[in-house]
Design a protein around this ligand. Structure first.
Ligand code: FAD
Length: 594
């Protein structure tokens, strides 16, 4: 079952598609159909949490099929015009083509066009130049016949002139369903191999490909309710009615699934973080090393440098999981346009925070496992590399966190009134309050840079002047929310030991961040000099209390034991850790070579 990690690239990709079919069959037989999964953010993201540690390639292609493709199609206002069966049964795998070679983060400038031929009642889909080839989507024949949603500019002839009506989505079959060959007029070129998840990334172009009138999806308005829907779109005789909004609004509507996509990317990181933390922390208890100058050996966990970095990473991982839950719930519950704006901004903030923190946590876990951390069979290193894809896809982290940070500065950050004067560092509420103060400090710093200053050159304009503190605001705000999630979990825990440990996790998470920015807190009078001086001791005290109980916290993450046992590094017999095949021969692994 887990043998794939060391297979050649092509076989690994094939296997991921095979697993997608296997998963889809279970969905068809189970209580949640593929269409229901696509429309249920909790289920959809949970799928990523659990698939990520098993097979990052599977996590990528299922994200594209269920979220970007099926999610968009089933949300379209004219969904009834399309036969969904081939996509629900996976007779055709869905892909989503938006990014172009020359237009990545600047994708709203995309050039692919679909010109409406009124007489034939068809669109003519065309890639005007090589730079407009669709970049990255998994369009090759690997995995079976595919269909794409292609983002293209709708061009209509009006009064003898070509009118650009903005970006719309078109449903385009890519391969012959029987032979599997690429259809006429479509060119698919495989891109060079990435070091990220094993996926068949391609360049895709269209040479005057004819599509029927029904191919264009009518905008859905994102998650609009039925009474908000107004007539919009193109009639068969070529009359285009736009009651929906400007070009940017229509473009964003076409990409509406990018917000759940962000939640899916962070879910991948949440799942792989929990897995890596479990592996690294358990390994630290079974791997022995020398004991300073004393005779004999001790588990790695004995050493403060080792357990401190992993406990810090564990606190971040727990914070990430709870922050992710908060973001998913906020998105699910958003009913009005204002609430959806808030949920979208939150998803941008949490996606970038969780995936960036995920990279740090995974790197820490990899290193704490020594050379064992480098073996593909032990999972972590491949998940770490695949996590890079999630940092760039569904909204590049840097770009989305800068924009969200700017929006916070421009009035969307709730500035809670803070009591002036120093805080004590003892109670959970006061350390939480200090995290709130940090977000407030960065908001004030960004706002200050927004104000015009006389005689000061402003290279790049106001936006560039404000971007760095704005991103800091987004990050510190996410720190605050993640810590709040841990604090709430502690307050709600009914088991006294669980409550005690969660309070300690919250304390560790918060003190690390307060320590890192203690200068700013002191400058604003929230901390005194002697408090800054004692922070490192307070952190060590928490580490002392948490370290003996870490396995309880790690086991509570409920990572699949079957998956963990597939890693040679988890073998309690040290001599078998270098023989990956042996790890697959234990109880429960018979006949599971793949
Ligand atoms: C694993 C993976 C799967 C993908 N799958 C799909 C898919 O299914 N369909 C699809 O359409 N696309 C897909 N993509 C493409 C993805 O959407 C783009 O990679 C992404 O939009 C970034 O574009 P780019 O790679 O061209 O980077 P660029 O836009 O060239 O960015 C390069 C660098 O510049 C920075 N940058 C760019 N613009 C700005 C700015 N305005 N402000 C500050 N910094 C900036 C970025 O942060 C980055 O560091 C996928 C990508 C990956 C990695």
């Amino acid at each position: 079952m887990f043998h794939h990690r060391e297979l050649p690239l092509e076989e690994r990709m094939e296997l991921s598609y095979e697993r997608l079919r296997h998963l889809n069959k279970h969905l068809l037989d189970g209580p949640h159909s593929p269409a229901a999964i696509a429309q249920d953010p909790s289920l959809l993201t949970a799928l990523h949490e659990w698939a990520g540690p098993v097979d990052p390639g599977l996590s990528t292609i299922l994200s594209i099929h269920y979220n970007l493709f099926l999610g968009t199609l089933t949300n379209a206002e004219d969904v009834h015009r399309h036969d969904l069966d081939p996509y629900l049964n996976l007779d055709r795998i869905g892909v989503f083509l938006c990014t172009e070679l020359l237009h990545g983060n600047s994708v709203k400038e995309l050039e692919t066009r679909a010109t409406y031929d009124r007489a034939a009642r068809e669109y003519v889909l065309h890639t005007p130049r090589p730079g407009a080839r669709k970049f990255m989507p998994n369009t090759s024949e690997v995995g079976g016949p595919k269909a794409a949603l292609v983002a293209a500019r709708l061009i209509i002839e009006r009064d003898g002139r070509a009118q650009d009506e903005g970006v719309h989505l078109f449903l385009v079959p890519l391969h012959d369903p029987v032979s599997g060959e690429t259809l006429e007029g479509i060119t698919i070129e495989r891109l060079p191999q990435t070091g990220s998840a094993a996926v068949d990334h391609c360049l895709t172009s269209f040479d005057n490909v004819r599509l029927p009138y029904e191919a264009m999806l009518q905008p859905s308005g994102g998650q609009r309710t039925a009474d908000e829907i107004t007539p919009h779109g193109l009639t068969p005789d070529g009359v285009y009615t736009n009651t929906f909004g400007g070009a940017l609004k229509r473009f964003l509507d076409a990409l509406a699934r990018v917000t759940p996509g962000k939640l899916c990317m962070e879910a991948y990181h949440v799942g792989t973080m929990r897995h890596a933390l479990t592996v690294a922390i358990r390994y630290a208890h079974i791997r022995h090393t020398f004991n300073g100058v004393r005779p004999g050996s001790v588990p790695l966990w004995h050493h403060r440098s080792h357990n401190a970095s992993l406990l810090g990473a564990l606190a971040t991982g727990i914070g990430a999981t709870l922050l992710h839950r908060h973001a998913v719930q906020t998105w699910e519950q958003a009913a009005t346009e204002e609430e959806r704006d808030i949920a979208e901004r939150l998803a941008a903030i949490t996606k970038s925070w969780i995936t960036w923190r995920g990279r740090e946590v995974m790197l820490e876990c990899r290193e704490r496992c020594g050379a064992q951390g480098l073996f593909l069979a032990n999972g972590i290193v491949a998940q770490l590399q695949a996590g890079e894809g999630a940092i760039t896809a569904e909204g590049d982290n840097a770009v989305i966190s800068d924009i969200a940070g700017m929006e916070l500065v421009m009035g969307h950050f709730e500035r809670k009134e803070l009591r002036p004067g120093p805080r004590d560092l003892e109670t959970p509420e006061s350390v939480q309050d200090l995290l709130g103060a940090l977000a407030r400090i960065w908001c004030d710093r960004a706002s200050e840079r927004l104000r015009p200053r006389h005689n000061t050159p402003r290279p790049g304009g106001l936006l560039n002047r404000t971007m760095l503190p704005a991103r800091k605001l987004a990050t510190t705000y996410a720190d605050y929310l993640a810590a709040e999630g841990i604090l709430t979990a502690a307050q709600q825990a009914t088991d006294p030991e669980a409550r005690r440990l969660l309070y300690l996790v919250h304390r560790l998470f918060a003190l690390h961040r307060i320590d890192a920015q203690s200068g700013a807190l002191q400058a604003k009078g929230y901390l005194e000099e002697d408090q800054v001086d004692m922070l490192h001791n307070l952190i060590e005290d928490v580490l002392d209390e948490l370290a003996p109980h870490v396995l309880l916290l790690v086991n509570a993450q409920s990572v699949s034991e079957t998956l963990l046992l597939s890693h040679p590094i988890m073998n309690t017999d040290p001599e078998r850790r270098a023989q990956p095949a042996l790890a697959l021969t234990g109880p429960g692994f018979e006949g599971q070579a793949r």
